[in-house]
Design a protein around this ligand. Sequence first.
Ligand code: ADP
Ligand code: MG
Length: 978
Amino acid sequence: MVLPLLKGGDPHELDNYRPISRHERINTRKTLIIESCPDDDLVNLEVLDEETIIAHLQRRYQDLQIYTYVGDILIALNPFQNLNIYSPQFSKLYHGMKRSTNPPHIFATADAAYQSMVTLCKDQCIIISGESGAGKTESAHLIVQHLTFLGKANNRTLREKILQVNPLVEAFGNACTAINDNSSRFGKYLEMKFTPTGAVMGAKISEYLLEKSRVIKQAMGEKNFHIFYYIYAGLYHQDNLKKYRLPNKTAPRYIDCVNGKVMQDIISSKLYKEQFDAIQDCFRIIGFTEEEVNSVYRILSAILNTGNIEFTSTSSQHQSDKSEVPDSKALDNAAALLSIGSEELQEALTSHCVVTRGETIIRTNTVDKATDVRDAMSKALYGRLFSWIVNRINALLQPDTNICAAESGMNVGILDIFGFENFKKNSFEQLCINIANEQIQFYFNQHIFALEQIEYQSEGVDASLVQYEDNRPILDMFLQKPMGLLSLLDEESRFPQATDQTLVDKFQDNLRNKYFWTPKRVELCFGIQHYAGKVLYNVSGFLEKNRDTLPADIMVVLRTSENKLLQQLFSSPLTKTGNLATSRARVTAASRSLPPQLNSGRNKVDTMEMMRHPEETTNMRRQTVASYFRYSLMDLLSKMVVGTPHFVRCIKPNDDRQALRFNKERVMVQLRYTGILETVSIRRQGYSHRILIEEFVNRYYYLAFRAHQMPEGSRENAITILQKAKLDNWVLGKTKVFLKYYHVEQLNLMLREVIARVVLMQAYTKGWLGARRYRREREKRNNGAIIIQSAWRGYVARQNLKQIKRERAQAAVRIQSAYRGYRVRKDYKQTGTGQPTPERRFSTNYLPVEEVVSVSREDSSGDVSVLKTDKRSYSRKRDGLQEQGPMVKLHHRSPRRRGQQPKLLNSPEDSLYYNHLNRSLDYQGSKRKPRKLGQIKLLDGEDEYYQLLSVPEDEVLSDPSPNPKNATPTGPPAISSR
Ligand code: ADP
Ligand code: MG
């Protein structure tokens, strides 16, 4: 299966260069059958020898297939050209896919690590190894890119920050070497932190063994750390060199060993300047303050100025070999940028204090010594600044504990160290770099071969053993105590009289094995047979580089700086790995003996700040680079072994950095020393995954049992799961399940699918439950609203009713008063006395308001009705007209319809009224006999009584009402006493 790569055209047209059989592959993924793709995986090759493997890799490289699998290990050939296979479309293509679905890719490795982390809830570690220039750093970038994509960093700012970390750190830690324009000059372990659900939440970098010596001197054809060129060019183009007191005619000595060339580059090319702008953006995006960035620039400019300080020797009467600074410009500039006194700096450079028997004696430095002190200061400044930047990045990218507790988070670590180096002249730095690579190779061997084969034997599994090159003896030769090379170096470094020659002699006397030799006729040299080849080391400067001492006088002067950052750099202690400590927990507040310079002058400085950490100067004396190195290796390994490793082996196809050039010999050497052939064998025959039976059942029981069953971790259950998953070629040991590399991938994929189904079902159920809860809640609310509404409406209706009653009562009173007035006036006219007739007295005094209204109504509607007086209305009448009650009842009474039975006056009240009325009629001389109580009388039109109640029309019309507005439309109530 070959993925044709774009050699031109639109890089984003992913579909254009998808493999033809991709569709088939997707189908096979669904059915979970491992499809054999002989081309993609060396394990599938029929013939397994060096020649076949080389030919196979070469063919793939010509097709621009730079990646190839060896089981679960990825081989990456450096293409030395930009390939369009890293776009977001490719990230999508390699998201959660089985390895064989797509052609091999660095994204697939990142994806495998990520998926394992999420599925198994375990930390992962991606170890990238290879020679310098083989493509480790590029691979690390691509892994970070894909992990950020997978980590669904919704938080765009966090995503951007993480992506800026590598460029920023590499600007300070990478440099141009003879074999790589962007060579990492430090070891980097980047941990990306994820929540248990797999969302990226932060990052942390650990840096190891920065090659500080590069700051002061570079080999021919090599350069200083990138940042010096970026900042110098950036400030030059911004016209800001003056502000940072940098010379503008000739580039500072530290960055321009070959005269004038750098200045030319800076003036003619915009590249450095663009990089400077990019670095400024990195600082800003990651979250450095402007003040911090300015301090960083000041320190970098100070280092460049320090490099320009020259010394000459002077001799006075009493002292010989004294040095002084003839041109104080650079010195003043450096002092000003570091916010320290120029004189104090000069004194610290040209003299040093010696304490003997309680007395402090100041001794002068020779020119050479002063130069060394100057360079030591530059190295210390740069080293601590680099450490501080890394610590600051870590603080700014710390996971938010609000999102996820630190313990529950998981991480994927990416190791990108300096690659194996073998130059024409190799020094102490190359020795450290190569020992580190030796250690990584040992880890690889342990993981791939040693542990695996030990387990076959102890578990009684029949698997043929694979021979491999064990580099443990070389590693022991370096790291053993007390007779290892590093221990011998440390021992020699402690003797003040030791020279490079005594060191070589010491090595020669003590290191007697086949991996070490001293070449004849070459002075101050020794050779080491590394796993990756023979390397000759030149010992000159070894002791000095290993001591790496910063004189206490310089330390004291730098601590007096008014620059906060600088104070911090020199008051924090160094860790055992030689980095700046992050926490100040270990810091003790008191200083026991302050050197004399400290007490004089510069009173403004916070002395407490300066007095802290008396121990790290002594520390510095005790600690050597070799000891930092030893601790760094330990620290690195301790981090690596926590996670499940994934290996990426970078191979350099040629030494000329030429695209499409495949140098068979060079590749063969690399394949040999990395043990690729053996790796292929062991991956083919062996079982790369060995899981305890109990853990296996616990991890994969979903595949064969119900989720709630939790079967016990027995062999039978393990077999059930393996059979249910339709795997073959697995082996069951005494306590472990032995699986091939592809089994685990298959199982994990199935597990993910099952879990995805469970999650889907849970989501549906949760949705349904939520909807039901919502409906119930809504119903309850609706009912509540109805109750509130009905209460309120009731209240409003009662209020209205009261109001209407009140208005009606008032209206009735008014009508009555008008009518009474009218009657009185009429009587007065008739009788001339103004006294009402007896019957009138009755009708006006005792007729309740209700009746008055009712009568007028029923009259106006023309309906025949019988006046009804109820007991309550009488009593209310007596209590006053404001009393309400039956009036409303009357008002609501609907007129009786025609043909209906007339209302019978048969209630006691009716009878009472009737009798009353009868009596009044009697009084008027009626001929009618009084009716007996309870006797029914039908009222008809001719009935006298009816007539009595009807109002003559002319009377109503001519009634002079006192307030016509308030009168009812039908005129005053017609109660006639005729
Ligand atoms: P190392 O870190 O192993 O020393 P680098 O990662 O710095 O090597 O790679 C050296 C050079 O090789 C890079 O500067 C780049 O030009 C080229 N290179 C490496 N990997 C790739 C890649 N995947 N695509 C394109 N160029 C690459
Ligand atoms: Mg690198």
